[in-house]
Write a protein that binds this ligand. Structure first.
Ligand code: ZN
Length: 266
């Protein structure tokens, strides 16, 4: 019986994750451009043809159409199937990872994953972090805190969450405002808001791990790129995708990473 329920929960998470992933693609395209999420209906950005329902099946349609618009043959960005697959896998992962905590925490894991996917893609494509995605992440953090109070969460103490939120705000606000004194911008205010919400979601220990992972990944990817480019050409690069990915990893593995690290000294 318990096993059957578990399999049904996994199946539902995977199927809904795929469908929500399809919707996230609409969110990622339209939110930073200030467009409505509901109208007009989905259309090809190249020729304006409406996407038929049978051409709008997550993953399958992209494969059947071989990544091209049915009418004009324009390429469809591989971001579409990638987001659908990533959201499906992360919802499945949330169901598996947080199953023992209860359905509340499974839901928090799913919604937080989707919000972070939106941050990742929107910032990569437009250098903007949609406020609504950060608000959704903050609501997930509040829900996680309440679930913990009732013993249905991941066991992060509420004090650690509040410290994480305050520390993230102070640290990233300094990184935002201090360079501004010299008329430079290292970090947008969107990153400050994102990490403040992440601090509340993760607690300060996992947040620290996320900041370290995110910065290390950004340095690994961006330093060679910066050297390859012409010198003197100071170009802004999106930092939020690295932070969002690191927060996502630490939402699942943060506590394990911290325990492993502390174990090194025990
Ligand atoms: Zn077209």
């Amino acid at each position: 019986m318990g096993q059957t329920v578990r399999i049904i929960v996994y199946l539902l998470a995977g199927v809904f994750g795929l469908c929500v992933g399809s919707f996230l693609n609409v969110v990622i395209y339209r939110l930073p451009r200030g467009m409505s999420l509901v109208s007009p209906p989905s259309h090809c950005p190249a020729c304006g043809a409406r996407i038929r329902p049978y051409d709008n099946i997550p993953l399958l349609s992209y494969l059947i159409l071989r990544g091209r618009c049915r009418r004009c043959g324009a390429r469809i960005s591989p971001r579409y199937p990638a987001v659908e697959l990533a959201n499906c896998l992360l919802w499945l992962g949330s169901a598996a990872w947080f199953y023992g905590c209860g359905m509340g925490m499974v839901a928090v894991g799913c919604v937080a994953s989707s919000a972070l996917i939106v941050v990742f893609c929107a910032d990569l494509e437009t250098m903007l972090i949609p406020d609504s995605a950060v608000i959704v992440l903050a609501l997930c953090a509040v829900a996680a805190l309440l679930l913990d109070v009732f013993g249905m969460g991941t066991g992060v103490a509420w004090q650690d969450r509040l410290i994480g939120m305050a520390a993230a705000f102070v640290f990233f606000a300094l990184l935002h405002f201090v360079p501004k004194l010299a008329r430079r911008e290292w970090l947008g205010f969107g990153d400050v808001k994102l990490m403040t919400a992440a601090g509340l979601l993760l607690g300060w220990q996992s947040l620290l791990a996320a900041v370290l992972f995110g910065s290390a990944a950004a340095a690994l990817v961006m330093l060679p790129l910066a050297f390859a480019k012409e010198r003197g050409a100071e170009r802004a690069f999106p930092f939020a995708p690295f932070l969002a990915a690191a927060v996502l990893v630490c939402l699942f593995f943060g506590q394990n990473a911290v325990a492993w690290y502390l174990g090194l000294f025990a």
